[in-house]
Design a protein around this ligand. Structure first.
Ligand SMILES: *Cc1c(COP(=O)(O)O)cnc(C)c1O
Length: 345
């Protein structure tokens, strides 16, 4: 029996079409700007997002770091949610490598930053203070449950940011899930953004890579920063080729994952000892209750013997996250739920 891995949409393998595209990709030296497939991915990403230019990067973490280092000088400050991936899960790279200070404000239960909090965090002109340079938002908001932030909210936050002459960065690792949720093109989700990073390698199934989009001038500078961080790749067309399939085809099928997440959440409510906490976009969070038949460790092992891979959410003992993606269909969800009932009954 095949393994069913529910831990994340980062575990997705490339599809058969992607592997074929990789084998046939036309390539060149991308540091010279001569890889036609990378150039195509960058151009078409920019078009899809309604921006002038794009830059192919190795990962979402690299894309965020490059974006922040392009917007900010050393000693400048960014306003960022205290639950943001950039703050929690990127090793503080913007501080350690970019000399950029994070000024955190609370992420609200709906995944947004409160406008009051943002305005209060903006520094005045005083030489005791670092200069505020940028506001960053994450959409969908991952740690709180894959919460999609509406296009109206995104525009209002962009307007507020620009009113104060700050730059606005969107960590859009899963922006296509937000766009699918609101049935609004991604370009309309990020109209007010000065830069956006999105991941090709999560629910979109590409094996590697993210893209930054923004103005021509911004991307030209970002290209320099990518190089100094060791991110200048050569015949990267073999990676951009599956990225094109991710961008154009896989981005259009995410409603299936959202429907499957709702289906899983509903099915889990029948499992003894399991309490569904939330479901949004392609994420389901559940709690293994104190009085469940198995401890968290026993539960994980028992599920593993049924070939289902689960892991507790980082920092929590009893909280589990299940992420839906291309490789998890209804049959597999049924198998998971059946196995859970067996091990927990
Ligand atoms: C995964 C993720 C990233 C980073 O992407 P990597 O490719 O894993 O470096 C950034 N932001 C969010 C919200 C993510 O979920």
């Amino acid at each position: 029996m095949e393994t069913i891995d529910l831990r994340s949409d980062t575990v997705t393998h490339p599809t058969a079409a992607m592997r074929e595209a990789m084998a046939n990709a036309i390539v060149g030296d991308d540091v010279y700007g001569e890889d036609p497939t990378v150039n195509q991915l960058e151009q078409e990403s920019a078009e899809v997002f309604g921006k002038e230019a794009g830059l192919f990067v190795a990962s979402g973490t690299q894309g965020n770091l490059i974006s922040l280092m392009t917007h900010c000088q050393r000693g400048e400050e960014i306003i960022i949610g205290d639950q943001a991936h950039i703050f929690k899960y990127e090793q503080g790279g913007s501080a350690s490598l970019g000399g950029i200070m994070p000024h955190t404000i609370p992420v609200q239960p709906d995944g947004t930053l409160a406008f009051d909090d943002v305005e209060h965090a903006i520094r005045g002109d005083n030489y005791h203070f670092p200069r505020t340079r940028l506001v960053a938002i994450e959409n969908t908001q991952g740690t709180l449950g894959g919460l999609p932030l509406s296009p109206e909210y995104m525009q209002d936050l962009a307007d507020l940011t620009h009113k104060h002459d700050l730059a606005f960065h969107v960590d859009g690792a899963r922006i296509f899930n937000a766009s699918t949720h609101f049935k609004v093109p991604v370009a309309d989700m990020v109209k007010g953004a000065d830069s956006v990073t999105f991941c090709l390698s999560k629910g979109l199934c590409a094996p590697v890579g993210s893209v930054i989009v923004g103005s021509k001038a911004f991307i030209a500078e970002a290209r320099r920063v990518r190089k100094v961080l060791g991110g200048g790749m050569r015949q990267a067309g073999v990676l951009a080729a599956p990225g094109l399939i991710a961008l154009h085809e896989m981005s259009k099928r995410l409603q299936t994952d959202h429907d499957n997440a709702a289906y899983l959440a509903e099915s889990l409510s029948e499992v003894p000892g399991v309490n569904v906490m939330s479901q949004a976009t392609n994420f389901v969070f559940f709690l293994l209750e104190e009085d469940a038949k198995l401890s968290p460790t026993e539960f994980i092992e028992a599920m593993q013997s049924h070939n289902v891979i689960l892991s507790p959410y980082p920092g929590f003992e009893r909280k589990f996250r299940c992420v839906m993606h291309y490789w998890i269909d209804r049959d597999r969800i049924d198998t998971v739920v059946k196995s859970m009932k067996v091990v927990l009954s």
